[in-house]
Design a protein around this ligand. Structure first.
Ligand SMILES: Cc1cc2nc3c(=O)[nH]c(=O)nc-3n(C[C@H](O)[C@H](O)[C@H](O)COP(=O)(O)O)c2cc1C
Length: 369
């Protein structure tokens, strides 16, 4: 499964995998794809260094990349404490009441929430880059579009390609103007922050809008047939996020959460502002329902919502409070029905791709070619 882009990056398959877990990223690259480590949770540079060292030791010389969440616009001098002070008391009370209703215990004294907003702040993302540029990463992706010009330049000086996620052709064109090399066109079906346009419509729109830049199709891809469909729409590869969550190499914090993912159908996700303040696709739970209920206080804008719910989300995960337990995941969760190794997922993707190509060849009257 070779495209111009996969050849340029020296990978066997044009399958890119976003993951917050180093072991998954390394396994994707070893399997012949391109592993991309999500950096947003690394607020301490030493933690990122430790995990990049680990990847280097386990990637067997195959290429890999890093994904940051870097805002294009700078917000000067705003600290987490300033943001915290903007949260209304009524919202805090709503959280206390909701957690009390489900009997969610407190975190232990001094136990920090595992999930903070600081990874979304430009200065933190820049610290992550200072660490990452000491490693032979081949790709830098940004969840929030084109990174600032000096970051693009720094990446290019090191021979690192820059990718940016886009949920519309308009955004994709803006990213292209920002000097990036690859657009990840992410459809409505995708896990995490999503726009409103489905992959089937979005992929060809973005391909045409940014031509000749290479486009990776993201959102709703979990089988080789879907990979073939994305490549037919003009993408030079696919970018998968959800499918890796239930691989044996993933380190999800809760066994119950894994069971929920394995049991979920494609209709069990919701695009909700409950997690970050921006629409993000995730498992639908009684927690997202509470936030999306018109009788509730409603969500706050990013970054307030993320800060507001950080401790609550950590408590729900730590104590595995079933009805509230969720995670960002896309509609493809309906196909995630067993725990498999990354290599097994890859074998399934490549075999399914070959079957799809054979089928289309037969339909086109080219059997045997
Ligand atoms: C658990 C999870 C966390 C994600 N976090 C990020 C992130 O930090 N940065 C980013 O660029 N994309 C993030 N995404 C989106 C993925 O990069 C990818 O575009 C998306 O998962 C593709 O659609 P799929 O979920 O249908 O495979 C996340 C997705 C998931 C499922």
């Amino acid at each position: 499964m070779q495209t111009e882009l996969s050849k340029k990056l020296g990978v066997e398959h044009a399958i890119f995998g976003f993951t917050p877990f180093p072991a998954v990223a390394a396994a994707i690259s070893r399997a012949g794809g391109f592993g991309v480590l999500g950096a947003v949770r690394y607020t301490a540079p030493d933690d990122l260094k430790r995990d990049l060292d680990w990847i280097e030791g386990h990637v067997e010389g195959m290429p890999y990349g890093l994904d940051v969440v870097m805002p294009a616009k700078k917000v000067e001098g705003v600290t987490e404490a300033d943001v915290e002070a903007m949260i209304p008391q009524g919202h805090r009370q709503f959280i206390r009441d909701t957690l009390a209703k489900y009997g969610v215990p407190e975190l232990a004294e001094g136990e920090a929430s595992g999930w903070r907003i600081t990874g979304w702040m430009e200065q933190v993302a820049r610290t992550q880059l200072d660490v990452a540029f000491d490693y032979p990463i081949k790709l830098l992706a940004n969840a929030l579009g084109s990174p600032p010009a000096d970051v693009v330049e720094r990446a290019h000086d090191r021979g690192v390609l820059v990718a940016a996620l886009a949920g519309s052709a308009r955004h994709a064109v803006k990213h292209k103007e920002g000097g990036i090399d690859i657009v990840v066109a992410q459809g409505y079906e995708a896990g995490g922050h999503t726009g409103e346009i489905a992959s089937m419509v979005l992929t060809p729109e973005v391909v045409e809008a940014v031509d000749p830049l290479p486009v990776l199709a993201a959102g709703g891809i979990g089988s080789g047939q879907q990979v073939a469909a994305a490549l037919s729409l003009g993408a030079q590869g696919v970018w998968l996020g959800s499918i890796w969550l239930t691989t044996t190499e993933a380190e999800l914090p809760s066994p119950r959460l894994i069971q929920k993912l394995l049991a979920a159908g494609s209709g069990d996700t919701v695009r909700s502002r409950a997690l970050t303040g921006k629409p993000a696709r995730q498992l639908r739970t009684e927690w997202t329902d509470a936030w999306d209920d018109t009788n509730g206080p409603g969500t706050l804008p990013m970054p307030l919502q993320g800060l507001l719910v950080a401790d609550a989300v950590s408590r729900i995960q730590k104590y595995e409070v079933e009805p509230l337990l969720g995670t960002p995941v896309g509609q493809i969760v309906g196909r995630m029905n067993s725990e498999r190794s990354v290599q097994a997922v890859f074998d399934d993707l490549t075999r399914g791709f070959e079957r799809a190509v054979d089928r289309i060849n037969r339909i086109a009257g080219r059997s045997g070619q």
